[in-house]
Design a binder for this molecule. Structure first.
Ligand code: KIV
Length: 285
């Protein structure tokens, strides 16, 4: 396989301008990042969804900066070349502009990220401005924003009504004006995503369950590969059922161990006869 070049921001804008769909997935660990690197995924998000997918919490709210930095480091090692985004966890940017800049900087300095993502619209414009002024590319996130799931009334479609849709459009404009290089639209109607994409002047729009009209698509890795046991969201397609494959393998492992079929000689290591004799001598046997 030819050596892959590092994905850059101009590469991403070029794809968007040429109407070439951008590929994006979440990722949380080294081996998966390695596979995504081999598959040539353009953008990788270390999402705070790791609170649910990796740690088993019911929401993303318990995730800390320490969790995010550690997982981002692992993903960077596995994928040196994808455009890597660290997702700012709950309360790492909401309290103030300064908190936002400091924590965004940690993703860059400690984990080798290329950018950060944060949730929210016009009310987060000053955080975005501060982060971008510090030289850190920022992605916005509108529609279903999981850190506000309580206020939004659950994991459900956003912007179905005209008034709410207009607010999401206005928020997208405010984020773009504040300097976001990209905006993720999660679970909004396809026509709203199309309008926002058409109106974006200098901003890449990525869809997660928001239809085909954006510049690129994002899926949560665990949804796309059958690895999240609680539910499968309608917006996700299962591209390969790794979860089923692993379950089958686990049953086979348990069966072979209990039936003494595993291990076989090729799975263990012997000891030379003379060394073994000497060992028995040492033990007085
Ligand atoms: O944390 C995450 O993975 C996200 C997705 C919902 C895009 O923000």
């Amino acid at each position: 396989m030819p050596e892959r070049k590092k994905v850059t921001l101009p590469d991403l804008f070029k794809k968007a301008a040429n109407n070439e769909p951008i590929t994006m997935l979440t990722c949380y660990d080294y081996p998966t990042a390695h596979f995504q690197e081999l598959a040539g995924i353009d953008m990788i998000l270390v999402g705070d969804s790791l609170g649910m997918t990796m740690l088993g919490f019911e929401s993303t709210l318990p995730v800390t900066m320490e969790d995010m930095i550690r997982h981002s480091q692992a993903v960077r090692i596995g994928s040196p070349n994808a455009w890597l985004l660290g997702d700012m966890p709950y309360m790492s940017y909401q309290p103030s502009v300064e908190t936002a800049i400091r924590n965004a900087g940690r993703f860059m300095a400690e984990a080798g990220c290329n950018a950060i993502k944060l949730e929210g619209g016009a009310e987060m414009a000053d955080r975005v401005e501060g982060i971008v002024a510090a030289g850190i590319p920022a992605m916005g996130h509108l529609g279903l924003t999981p850190q506000s799931v309580s206020a939004l009334g659950g994991f459900r479609l956003q912007g179905k009504g005209a008034l709410q849709a207009k607010k999401i459009l206005d928020d997208a404009k405010a984020l773009e004006e504040a300097g976001t290089f990209a905006i993720l639209l999660e679970l909004v109607p396809d026509r709203l995503c199309k309008l926002i994409t058409e109106r974006a002047e200098d901003c890449i729009i990525i869809s997660l369950g928001a239809g085909p009209h954006a510049h690129g698509q994002l899926l949560i890795y665990h949804d796309a590969f059958g690895l999240y046991p609680r539910f499968k969201p309608r917006m996700a397609k299962v591209f390969a059922d790794a979860g089923q494959l692993i379950q089958d393998g686990l049953k086979q492992y348990a069966l072979e161990v209990t039936q003494r079929e595993f291990p076989q000689p090729e799975n263990w290591f012997g000891m030379p006869d003379d060394e073994y004799e000497e060992l028995l001598n040492l033990l007085g046997e």
